[in-house]
Design a protein around this ligand. Structure first.
Ligand SMILES: Cc1cc2nc3c(=O)[nH]c(=O)nc-3n(C[C@H](O)[C@H](O)[C@H](O)COP(=O)(O)O)c2cc1C
Length: 125
């Protein structure tokens, strides 16, 4: 099992535009081995304050937009519209759905994220 804990910080602000706002999680505390784990998209269990929510997370480098090697963890929580900036969250990556892809258009990325979110609904957290 792979999990991270950290503060929600500002990302590039693109998530809202995509229609899938994400909490960008600073990876401060890590449980488990990243080396042996696949990067990409996961069904996630997200703990915020006392609440537990299902999320769809991406741990990777956002190759559709970035050329850098910086690793980031982002989680979209379907149906959640609140503001999580500055809050501490714990994200457990439960089920690997797919590898990260460098899409040739933003529209393809949107379609794929939408399919990821749909797939995630069938998993219990
Ligand atoms: C479920 C999910 C799947 C994602 N899959 C990819 C992917 O395959 N390729 C990619 O470049 N970015 C992927 N992303 C990252 C998005 O590019 C990123 O969330 C978006 O650019 C917003 O980033 P920002 O909050 O830093 O602005 C994914 C994000 C989520 C939530």
């Amino acid at each position: 099992m792979l999990a991270f804990e950290g503060l929600v910080v500002r990302g590039d602000g693109r998530g809202k535009e995509l229609g899938f706002p994400t909490a960008n999680v600073q990876m401060e505390k890590q449980v488990g081995d990243l080396e042996g784990s696949a990067l990409g998209v996961y069904v996630a269990r997200v703990e915020i304050g006392g609440d537990v929510k299902k999320g769809v997370a991406n741990i990777g480098k956002k190759p559709t937009f970035n050329r850098s090697d910086t690793l980031s963890l982002e989680v979209h929580i379907p149906g959640f519209t609140g503001d999580l900036y500055g809050q501490k969250v714990k994200v457990e990556l439960l089920k690997h759905l797919r590898e990260e892809v460098a899409f040739s258009s933003v529209n393809e990325l949107k379609k794929q994220i939408s399919a990821d979110v749909k797939r995630a609904t069938q998993y219990k957290i």
